[in-house]
Each structure stands twice: as structure tokens, then as C-alpha cells.
Design a protein around this ligand. Structure first.
Ligand SMILES: *Cc1c(COP(=O)(O)O)cnc(C)c1O
Length: 427
């Protein structure tokens, strides 16, 4: 099986080559169901019944395959997990009730009190708040303004247990150099965990680039329709865990490269109880079917909108495929030529930003990204309301920043709408 590194993923199966959209619909993870259903049936149950106590005992002892209780496993959730593992090229996927629940479980599975995390400072606001909560449990985070190989070399210490960053940060659009970062981390026996929510496997697959674990809020682009919260942790099963360093995994040493995944599934995740609801697994599953089509359109729309708005005086636009973007060189190197669905506009003042947002006809004012519909928000007065000015600026958020999550509408209509809103914002 030969997989390319970025967006235009292909799988060679003998003579035939499967590309991204075909893998989505016909990949090895698309199961056959006993009732011949085309989609996984929604197992909307809490528990599963057995004919004898002996049978259920075997399930609990992991001596036979089977489901017992939905918090621990459910066939609809398994169907979604298997597709995500295949798309990310990972060995194991665990779905969670939300992206935040996925990040929490992943970090708690690898860190104990006294351990340290190195993280990028411009993370998703909820993640920054979580890292603050973890401080109270004795898990300390060292923030790097730019999460680079040099930052890892400077900041990694005796207690560092994991490096955590977002492949494409939102809304700053900084891109991680995953090959360089993972090399620096691995030299020190530290794994690299990457939140790839804004990138999706259509744009890049962090495991193939050298990351060890990839995390998504499936609520965003993977679902795509804005109709279910969810999260996932995919483990590449390639990191050589040393439990003398990662003492959080001490009881799982015999599982070797699976130590993290086994602890995650059978211990932390199961006990925290952050399972995905079966109906949300189904909604995410059907959303995933169109990921390739949506991302192709979203990338094109965002690129066209950014290039059109760049010509307008009195505002500035930030988007990865614009030639002057500081991370422009990574677009071709790591992102398959794509810039993703997030762009930002600086309007000059908060008041003008509000006027522009209020004048938009198609873009909805909502605190979400990755919807089919174009969404806008003023992050400084909403998502970053609990952050200091320094934290906001580290995340690329200023008092006049408008964040746009570009949807699949017709690009011409989006350009016309933003153009009229920007000129009416002048009054
Ligand atoms: C939304 C988001 C999260 C949190 O996910 P939820 O599903 O809302 O819990 C984490 N990371 C990034 C990059 C996100 O955009």
C-alpha cells in the first residue's frame, strides 16, 4: 500500500489506484452490514443483550468480539472510527463526545501530575482554557510563540511528555512543519500530537508527515453540515513508548507501540465517559461522505474570495494562498496546494468590523467553522473574551479582526456580498 503524503491521497491496490473521493466511498473501512444496509444502522441503544452469562463474560474478558455497553463501544461508532483511521492512515481511532473531549482524553492518557506539555501559544481558545485547567492537576504547559523545531530544542526538558500543536491554526493560519518538529521531538523521546481539525485529511495527513497522534473536532469539516458535535483521536501506532519516561503508561508496557491507544480506550476514555452518541456518529459518518467535494469547493472559494478582497482598499486580508502570507511556502510543501477554509479580514476598527459583519447577506453570524454555509464572527468579543490581549495577539486575533469560515456557496455571490458589506461598512 503506497500512500502519498498530502491532500491528493491515493491507495494502490494491485493494478487499480483509489483516489481520495473513491477511498471515502469504497475504502477498506467501508463495512458490509448484516441487514445489507448501505449505511451503518444507528444502534441507538445503551446496552447489548446476550443469550448466556458465559457469552457476556467472554466479551468482558476480551476473549470474544462484541459490544456490551455504548460508553465502551457501539457498532455505529465503530463504523465512523474505522473510516477515520483509514483516512488518516492510522492504526487505531477512538471517537469522543466532542473535540475538547478528544484533546482532554489524549493529554490525560499520556501525562501524569508533574509532567509537562509544550504547546503552540496560538491554539484554539477552548484548548488554552483546558491547558489552564490541567495546571490545577499538576500538568504544566510551556507555550512556544511559534511551535518550531528550534522551540522544541530550547524548551524540551526532563519532564516534557508531549508536544501539541494545530496543523493549521485558527484564525492565525500558522502551519506546523511536522517533519522537522517530529524529528526534534523523537530525538528526545517525545511524541508529537497534532490537532488537524482545520486541515482535514483532504489537505494533509499528519501521521504520514511524522506526527504520532492526530486529533480532530469532527464537529467542523468532517461533519460539514453543522449538525453534530464529535471528536476523534487517531494513533499511528508507531511511537516507541518508554514507560520509564511516560510513567502514565506504566501499566500498559506490554502493549509496546499500542500502549497509548490501549490506555486511552480501556482506561482514560472509558472512565471519563466522553463517548460519542450513536446518532452523532451516524450524522458525522454521512457528513464524511462528501468531505472531498466540500473541501475542494471550500478551498477554491476561500482562495478566490481572498484574492478578490485583497484588491479592496482600507482592509487587509490574511489567507495562506496569498503570495505575501508568511506560511505560503508550506502550502505546496505540506498542504497539497490548498489553503483551507479560514480567512481573516482586518477592518481597521472594531466598529467597522461589526458594521461589515452586520451588512453581510449570506454569511451567518455564528461561532463555528467548517459548515457548508459561510460563517463569520468577531473573535475578540466572543471566542477570546476570556483571553488577555497578549494571548489574543498570539492567536492572530486583533480588535478589528473578522474571521470567515468559507462555505460552498457560489464564489461570485460570496465576493459580491463581502464587497458590498465592506463598502457599506465605510459609512
Ligand atoms: C472546534 C475546535 C476544537 C474543539 O472541538 P469541539 O468539537 O467544539 O469540542 C478543538 N480544536 C480546534 C482546532 C477546533 O476548531
Amino acid at each position: 500500500m503506497d500512500m502519498h503524503l498530502t491532500g491528493n491521497m491515493t491507495i494502490n491496490q494491485g493494478e487499480s489506484v483509489m483516489r481520495f473521493n473513491t477511498i471515502l466511498l469504497h475504502g477498506a473501512s467501508i463495512a458490509k452490514y448484516p441487514g445489507r444496509e448501505i449505511l451503518p444502522p444507528i444502534s441507538q441503544v445503551s446496552a447489548f443483550r446476550y443469550e448466556s452469562m458465559e457469552e457476556l463474560e467472554k466479551v468482558f474478558l476480551h476473549k470474544s468480539m462484541g459490544y456490551a455497553y455504548t460508553r465502551i463501544g457501539n457498532p455505529t461508532i465503530t463504523a465512523f472510527e474505522q473510516r477515520l483511521a483509514e483516512l488518516e492512515g492510522g492504526g487505531s481511532a477512538v471517537c469522543c463526545s466532542s473535540g475538547m473531549s478528544a484533546i482532554t482524553a489524549a493529554l490525560l492518557a499520556v501525562c501524569s501530575s508533574g509532567d509537562e506539555i509544550i504547546a503552540a501559544s496560538g491554539l484554539y481558545g477552548g484548548t488554552i482554557d483546558l491547558l489552564r485547567d490541567l495546571e490545577k492537576l499538576g500538568i504544566h504547559t510551556v507555550f512556544a510563540e511559534q511551535l518550531t523545531k528550534e522551540a522544541v530544542e530550547e524548551l524540551a526538558g526532563e519532564r516534557t511528555r508531549v508536544i501539541f500543536g494545530e496543523l493549521i491554526s485558527n484564525p492565525a493560519q500558522r502551519v506546523l512543519d511536522v517533519p522537522a518538529l517530529s524529528a526534534a521531538a523523537h530525538e528526545r523521546g517525545i511524541p508529537l500530537f497534532v490537532d488537524a481539525t482545520t486541515a482535514t485529511p483532504y489537505i494533509a495527513r499528519p501521521l504520514a508527515l511524522g506526527a504520532d497522534v492526530v486529533i480532530h473536532s469532527t464537529s467542523k469539516y468532517l461533519n460539514g453540515g453543522g449538525n453534530a458535535i464529535g471528536g476523534v483521536i487517531v494513533d499511528g501506532l508507531s511511537f516507541p513508548w518508554d514507560v520509564r519516561k511516560h510513567t502514565a503508561l506504566a501499566d500498559f508496557e506490554k502493549y509496546k507501540k499500542r500502549a497509548f491507544s490501549v490506555r486511552l480506550r480501556t482506561d482514560i476514555w472509558e472512565n471519563i465517559g466522553g463517548c460519542l452518541a450513536p446518532v452523532n456518529a451516524f450524522l458525522n459518518y454521512i457528513g464524511l461522505d462528501t468531505l472531498g467535494l466540500r473541501m475542494e469547493r471550500i478551498n477554491q472559494n476561500a482562495d478566490r474570495l481572498a484574492h478578490a478582497l485583497k484588491e479592496i482598499d482600507g482592509i487587509t486580508v490574511d489567507y495562506l494562498t496569498l503570495e505575501n502570507h508568511p506560511y505560503h511556502a508550506y502550502v505546496d510543501r505540506y498542504l497539497g496546494g490548498h489553503g483551507g477554509g479560514i480567512l481573516t479580514i482586518r477592518a481597521g476598527s472594531k466598529e467597522r468590523a461589526f458594521r461589515i459583519i452586520n451588512a453581510l447577506k449570506y454569511a451567518l453570524i455564528a461561532s463555528n467553522i467548517g459548515d457548508l454555509r459561510t460563517l463569520v464572527i468577531h473573535p475578540a468579543s466572543t471566542l477570546y473574551i476570556h483571553s488577555t490581549k497578549e494571548e489574543m495577539e498570539a492567536a492572530g486575533v486583533y480588535d478589528d479582526t473578522i474571521r470567515v469560515s468559507v462555505g460552498i456557496e457560489d464564489a461570485e455571490d460570496l465576493i459580491a456580498d463581502f464587497t458590498q458589506a465592506i463598502s457599506s461598512g465605510n459609512e
